[in-house]
Design a protein around this ligand. Structure first.
Ligand SMILES: [Zn+2]
Length: 438
């Protein structure tokens, strides 16, 4: 039923383009943004008093304030603001609605919400992201909501709902014993938040199924449970074997797509690297040898710091010990990665945290661990664009790029927390939010 509906919408789109409520400017329409301060997302330089010429949904040119403004252009005055490219969050879950144990935790998402409620929440999440200046998301799996991310992406692209550009991973892959829901009577066949496979044949088949249904990335869980051993060391349970991961990576690379690996530490993280995954998600405890291997292989690192620093269980409980051990090693790994100039991208894991939380709080975490504000901004703009194979198209204010443009009042290079208050958002040449210009 769902599948045939999707086909019908696609067919109608290919015949007559559908436009929803979001008005996109006609291709010839020109807007000129006066930028008081401009950070282009790629260089370290700060430019003052610039003009950004937007034609249709693309940036035509960036010039200094003396450039001629065409009479028919709409002028948007952001001369009191800092203007930068639309932000990119490389690790989100639009279909997750928090994991607060007091509200039933992760399981509640799957057991108590039907697909329509989950889609409505995902719609809210997309609007929230855009309001906060995130014009692109790499959404790393739907947590039991099937291929819903690809359909939400379609609704955004056809203009039915507002939202960021989405790179979706669909269902994700783990193994038997490697994902929630867990802890129920063994006689019960519980739904799972990921597609579980055993053996390289099943692993490759799952990748093929997900790619067939539109996955832009493949997400693999290389570790699952974690705990603290008797020596106080963090241990995480490995999931896919190297052979299984290699089947996924080989298949996905054949389609010209990439593989993101959730990996905390230990055996699972090592298999992720030996299996040539493209990005390590979380990477709580990375050894020096693994840092060197990531540098050699050009592996992206998406640390998602924020979720590991809130909601700790009480200190004297096993969960509390694990929570503290995770945070302690994460800081060291981030600093080592920074020192080795690994390719670090900004990611929040929001969805695990409620969508009402601030996404840009992650900037303060990164800067708090020693990253410069400019580097942190690049991790959420041009560097993430490169990971997404969108270099020059997004994450940059330069001729030819999509007109995804945001602005803040205040100087994010002095106080990165001002990025929590994005006051102007243009996506694809259309103004979505404007609390600054008259
Ligand atoms: Zn995640």
């Amino acid at each position: 039923m769902k599948k045939s509906l999707g086909v019908a919408i696609l067919l109608s789109l290919s015949v007559t383009p559908v436009r929803g409520q979001a008005p996109a400017p006609p291709s010839a329409q020109v807007s000129v943004i006066r930028a008081g301060v401009l950070l282009d997302g790629t260089s370290d330089s700060v430019r003052k008093n610039q003009l950004i010429f937007v034609r249709g949904n693309r940036i035509e040119k960036v010039a200094d304030a003396s450039a001629q403004i065409p009479a028919e252009a709409t002028v948007i005055d952001l001369s009191s603001a800092t203007v930068l490219p639309g932000l990119i969050d490389s690790h989100t879950h639009i279909f997750l609605w928090g994991e607060d144990p007091a509200k039933g935790g992760y399981d509640e998402n799957i057991l108590k919400a039907g697909i329509a409620l989950r889609a409505a929440r995902a719609t809210f999440a997309c609007r929230r992201a855009l309001e906060q200046g995130f014009t692109t998301l790499r959404d790393l799996e739907t947590e039991g909501a099937g291929y819903g991310d690809i359909e939400i992406k379609q609704a955004i692209e056809e203009g039915t709902i507002p939202g960021p550009r989405i790179f979706g991973a669909t269902r994700a892959i783990s193994t038997t014993g490697g994902y929630n829901l867990e802890g129920y009577a063994p006689e019960l066949e519980m739904p799972k938040g990921a597609q579980l496979v055993d053996g390289p044949v099943e692993a490759r088949k799952a990748a093929r199924q997900q790619l067939e249904h539109g996955a832009d990335w493949i997400k693999v869980y290389m570790t699952h449970r974690s705990w603290v051993d008797q020596q106080g060391k963090l241990v995480s349970q490995p999931t896919l074997t190297l052979e299984e991961l290699k089947a996924v990576v080989d298949e996905t690379h054949g389609w010209g797509k990439k593989v993101a690996c959730h990996a905390y530490n230990g055996i699972g993280l090592q298999r992720a690297l030996d299996g040539a995954c493209d990005s390590i998600e979380h990477g709580l405890e990375i050894t020096d040898a693994q840092i060197a291997q990531m540098a050699r292989q050009g592996t992206w690192y998406c640390p998602t710091i924020s979720p590991y620093y809130g909601d700790w269980a009480p200190a004297d409980t096993p969960g509390g010990k694990r929570d503290r051990a995770r945070a302690a090693v994460h800081e060291g790994s981030f600093k080592k990665a920074l020192h080795a100039h690994l390719k670090i991208v900004f990611g929040t894991d929001i969805g695990g945290m409620p969508w009402t939380d601030s996404m840009a709080q992650e900037f303060q975490r990164m800067v708090g661990f020693g990253m410069t504000p400019m580097d942190a901004i690049h991790s959420a703009t041009s560097r993430a664009a490169e990971m997404l194979d969108m270099k020059g198209e997004i994450g940059v204010l330069a001729p030819g790029a999509f007109a995804d443009i945001v602005a803040v009042t205040g100087d994010p290079l002095k106080d990165v927390s001002v990025l929590e208050h994005i006051r102007f958002v243009m996506k694809d040449g259309a103004v979505f939010k404007n609390e600054i210009a008259k």
